[in-house]
Design a protein around this ligand. Structure first.
Ligand SMILES: Cc1ncc(COP(=O)(O)O)c(C=O)c1O
Length: 388
């Protein structure tokens, strides 16, 4: 393509391998375990609340920080789940999905030349956000199959230039849930090097096998330097609603708002009303525990299938992805394998090297999403048997 009008900052972005795999999946009518969105219905209570909000004419702009009822529901949730009091007027900002929350956090807090530490494989929006801010990403490569963290290796990435570390827990795509020891290690390093911890908790309620989503802000000295990012999308199976938020101390919250104030100004008012109702209902009905149990069952259907077939799958403890080691299959790199799969096997998966700078670490794996109906997962297992 010859470039004439587009800005330099966007020229190196192309269409992603994910669009290519989606197109292949559609073309071959394959079972799509690539894309990370549920193929089942969202709970009636959240859908009804959105319909009611629109009919009640909650249809004009929400205030910049978000609808007061939602901010109160978020503050109540933080108190209930973390035992922490946050001020709904100064410490909560609601915006268009965790993606906008990540973008606003990075753009609002990172100056050109500042360093940002991220764990790879990483959620793909982190890097463009850091680039737009003029920041410099520093990568810690999580190694399969345990995805553990070596304290010295992590500390070696910190310096007086470190402004922020992004922690995605439960982690996409590995299913790692950061342990309390790991959170404490990161907390100690943030305080030693005067850095901020941004915790992307898009999957905070999709945990099983007794895993715990630990609160970074609850660790001594961290409340003043932690941004918690949450999303309605995965928790309530409404990824298309793009409603997310941050919880952070007032100075950080103001900086975050200063970014999305000039992008979207505010999130989607009727969906914020529905989100408030959903958070209230979830507490009353034990919804979060049920969500964890449902995903535990789905994880087991796919994991047991992989085990029976003899595919070396790495057990996740949170999120809705399973990474499978494909290196012994003789079907090439992750990209080659994931292009082969829809046509020859009838299943689609995602090549995780797209989530790595250190590509060779990702080339041995394929990511399968299990946020799908049980019968779809079972049908996928049947098809995958040819790989055994
Ligand atoms: C780790 C992680 N963070 C953030 C997001 C984006 O969330 P949202 O749809 O609310 O923008 C996703 C979605 O896939 C994700 O996997």
């Amino acid at each position: 393509m010859t470039y004439h009008f587009s800005a330099n900052r966007v020229r190196h972005f192309g269409t992603t391998i994910f669009s290519e795999i989606t197109a292949l999946a559609q073309h071959h009518n394959a079972i799509n375990l690539g894309q990370g969105f549920p193929d089942f219905s969202a709970p009636a209570f959240i859908k009804d609340a959105a319909i009611k909000a629109i009919q009640d004419d909650v249809n004009q702009y929400a205030p910049l920080p978000g609808r007061p009822k939602l901010r109160q529901a978020i503050a109540d949730k933080v108190l209930k789940h973390e035992g922490r009091t946050v001020d709904p007027n100064t410490e909560i900002a609601v915006m268009v999905g965790a993606t906008e929350a990540i973008f606003s956090t990075i753009l609002g807090l990172v100056d050109p030349g500042d360093e940002v530490i991220i764990f790879e494989p990483y959620y793909d929006s982190y890097i463009p956000s850091i680039e737009f801010a003029g920041g410099i990403p520093k990568y810690y490569t999580l190694q399969a199959p345990d995805w553990t963290i070596d304290p010295d290796e992590l500390e070696a990435l910190f310096s007086d230039k470190t402004k922020l570390i992004m922690i995605n827990t439960p982690h996409n795509p590995t299913g790692k849930v950061f342990s309390l020891d790991e959170m404490e290690l990161i907390a100690r390093l943030c305080q030693k090097y005067d850095a901020i911890a941004a915790v992307d908790g898009a999957y905070e309620h999709i945990i099983y096998d007794g895993a715990v989503h630990h609160s970074m802000a609850n660790i001594d000295g961290m409340a003043e330097r932690t941004v918690q990012i949450s999303s309605l999308g995965k928790t309530f199976s409404v990824t298309g609603w793009k409603t997310g938020w941050t919880v952070a101390p007032p100075e950080l919250t103001t900086a975050i708002m200063r970014i999305y104030q000039w992008a979207t100004f505010s999130g989607i008012n009727p969906l914020q009303e529905a989100a408030a109702e959903a958070l209230i209902t979830a507490e009353q009905t034990g919804y979060y525990a049920e969500l964890g149990q449902m995903y535990h069952r789905k994880r087991d259907i796919l994991m047991n299938g992989f085990n029976e077939i003899g595919l070396p799958a790495i057990k996740p403890y949170g999120s809705f992805f399973i990474m499978v080691d494909i290196s012994e299959l003789g079907l090439g790199t992750d990209v080659e394998f994931c292009k082969y799969l829809p046509e020859k096997v009838g299943v689609a998966a995602i090549p995780p090297s797209a989530f790595y700078v250190n590509k060779s670490a990702g080339e041995k794996m394929a990511r399968f999403a299990f946020c799908k109906k049980d019968e779809v997962l079972q049908a996928a297992v049947e098809k995958l048997r040819v790989l055994g």
